[in-house]
Design a protein around this ligand. Sequence first.
Ligand SMILES: Cc1cc2nc3c(=O)[nH]c(=O)nc-3n(C[C@H](O)[C@H](O)[C@H](O)COP(=O)(O)OP(=O)(O)OC[C@H]3O[C@@H](n4cnc5c(N)ncnc54)[C@H](O)[C@@H]3O)c2cc1C
Length: 313
Amino acid sequence: MILDCAIIGGGPAGLTAGLYTTRGGLENVTMFEKGMPGGQIMNSSEIENYPGVVGEITGMDLMTPWPEQCQKFGLKHEMVNIVRITKEGDIFTIHKEGGETAQAHSVIIGTGSSPRRAGFAGEDEFFGKGVSTCATCDGFFYKGKEVAVVGGGDTALEEALYLAKICSKVYLIHRRDTFRSAPNTVARIKRTENIELVLNSSPEEVYGDNMGVTGIKVKNKDGEIRDITVPGVFTFVGNDVNNQTLIQEDGSFLCDMNEQGQVIVDISMTTSVAGLYATGDMRIAAPKQVVSAAGDGAVAALQVISYVDELLN
Ligand SMILES: Cc1cc2nc3c(=O)[nH]c(=O)nc-3n(C[C@H](O)[C@H](O)[C@H](O)COP(=O)(O)OP(=O)(O)OC[C@H]3O[C@@H](n4cnc5c(N)ncnc54)[C@H](O)[C@@H]3O)c2cc1C
């Protein structure tokens, strides 16, 4: 049997694509997810920016009902790691770990991305308890408080500017004395009064107690240690896109990508390959939020319904 649609990844993007494709009339849709459905938000202890959900809720509580809602409309779910997606003629082949394959007329991929860790002591221990990689997600928890930002690229500077509007002070910790960012952004950083530049310095350790982070120790190029008392540390040292399934045997990508390894899509989530749609954190210009990933899944699903209809009728 050839699937109408194969969905790769069961985060907010993939699950929403599953809901909209099945509810929209496609009968043979399978979502391939290597772990528990729900995606990376399952690791979050608190989410308060999903519209309509008021009060404290964990990522797991938010996501738990999503698979059940999809199953009600006929979405099938297979727990397996997908190693590669290929296309020959109009048919996609989904290569599963272990050697089995599935075939599909269309594919919606939403395998997400993973923020890189900076690698200092305490980073893993306090991740989600004061250490964050998302200012849009967690900045509000530090409203009126002081925070530290680690990094010197575009994302670090943009996020520092975002945090400076919410927090009383932002310490921007960067290991060099110049930034790898647009001159205009650097100029905005320099004229923002509540951003203090901590240059030529690298984080040594984030420390805290059972309530969370209480501070960060940084070492400058002369070996001097500075102790900065903050309840929040935001690290922006790069992001790895989970695009491995798109890599072909010859090392090329199945569809067009940008230099950061993100999938190039148009506003309907259409990639350069007919029948292949990319959604959520892995696509270009992704806001990296649950609500936007879910929105992408819905948009892609509506495209798939017309694509499959046109292909088969
Ligand atoms: C700690 C934390 C806190 C956050 N807080 C917020 C917040 O407050 N608000 C907010 O809106 N967003 C928040 N985010 C961001 C949000 O989680 C992401 O933007 C969103 O989950 C992206 O959804 P996605 O479906 O694109 O990808 P993901 O959620 O990353 O889902 C991708 C799925 O694909 C699966 N997968 C990957 N590769 C394969 C493969 N080869 N085969 C099969 N399956 C595969 C993964 O297991 C995963 O389940 C937070 C993220 C983290 C980590």
